[in-house]
Design a protein around this ligand. Structure first.
Ligand code: SAM
Length: 309
């Protein structure tokens, strides 16, 4: 097992950007660069056995190619031209699971630096509309560059607090899908915990409480958009307070949404802290060969659907 492993030991994940190219063309490109394509992986274990210049298609997310640890494409032409996006597998799950239909109006509530926005635009094939919000101007500037490079044209970016976005504004009346990836403790990012000083560790508990309160408000706000059907909530935190507890709180406060059980073949599920928590996904270096992560998909119940169905 990879428990406690450094990031250098995780496979390298490459997301193909269909706004610029196709998976077949990217596979051919890497073959011409001397890489050996081994086809589609059938299990996570297979991803852990890659060595040298071998690569695979991921077993869960079809637009992801997987390379051996330490492969670095930051200087590669395909990365610099936006044909591929370098993104951990876990962080490609939220947009993949939200899967908005072509033409949808989507909110990316905490969007910068835009990796998930570009993934949403790829799924939408640049149709419909993505309203992308973030509070941080520097990160929004980075996001502009990223989206331009990725050929994203269906977005509208705003330097705005998502909590101040008015759900009843006619502009958002057709928003059916929301991706909520709010600030979190980042405790799932491999190596980060090992780098904390004792002082930082002792202020953690206080910070965690503040973050959890913020995340609860954000998820409650997302569920209040009148036409919203599906909301994905994700963090790169390992803490139950930022994950299962936030989702449980939202479901208790808003009886019109339920959890959807996503990716049945994904072995690591939400902590068993409330009924249906197993519908959520968790990710970790040891079990899923990714950074630590949490994802939940909430869906509006159909009319007449029982709360506990
Ligand atoms: N989704 C992004 C991606 O995939 O590239 C990463 C988002 S990061 C985990 C969280 C972001 O939330 C930060 O950029 C932060 O500035 C932003 N943020 C924090 N509070 C916010 C708020 N109230 N409204 C909008 N954005 C906020």
């Amino acid at each position: 097992p990879l428990a406690g492993a450094s990031e250098a030991l995780l496979p390298r994940y490459v997301r193909v950007n269909p706004l610029k190219t196709s998976t077949d063309d990217v596979i051919d490109y890497f073959k011409r660069q001397g890489y050996t394509y081994l086809g589609q992986a059938s299990s996570v274990q297979e991803l852990g056995h890659l060595s040298g210049k071998q690569f695979l298609t991921d077993c869960h997310v079809p637009e992801l190619l997987v390379f051996s640890p330490r492969t670095d494409f930051h200087q590669d032409f395909l990365y610099r031209s936006g044909h591929i996006i370098l993104q951990d597998k876990a962080s490609s799950l939220p947009a993949f699971l939200l899967d908005p239909p072509l033409g949808s109006h989507v909110i990316d509530a905490c969007a910068a630096p835009g990796n998930k926005t570009s993934h949403l635009a790829a799924i939408l094939k640049n149709t419909g509309k993505i309203f992308a919000f973030d509070l941080d101007t520097k990160r929004l500037a980075t996001m502009s560059t990223l989206l331009l490079r990725a050929g994203v044209t269906c977005h509208e970016m705003a330097n705005q607090d998502f909590l101040q976005v008015e759900p009843r504004d006619p502009k958002y009346m057709s928003v059916t899908h929301i991706l909520l990836d709010p600030s979190c403790s980042g405790s799932g990012i491999v190596d980060r915990l090992n780098q904390l000083t004792d002082d930082e560790k002792s202020s953690c508990e206080e910070r965690l409480l503040a973050l959890a309160a913020f995340q609860r408000k954000m998820l409650g706000h997302a569920l209040s958009f009148p036409a919203v059907q599906c909301v994905v909530y994700s963090t790169c935190s390992l803490h139950q307070q930022e994950n299962e507890d936030v989702v449980q709180d939202a479901l208790e406060r808003n009886g019109t949404f339920r959890l959807v059980s996503v990716l049945p073949s994904w072995t690591q599920r939400g902590l068993d802290t409330f009924s249906d928590a197993a519908c959520c996904l968790r990710a970790s270096p040891a079990e899923t060969l990714t950074n630590g992560f949490f994802v939940a998909l909430l869906q509006r119940k159909r009319e007449g659907e029982d709360c506990r169905e």
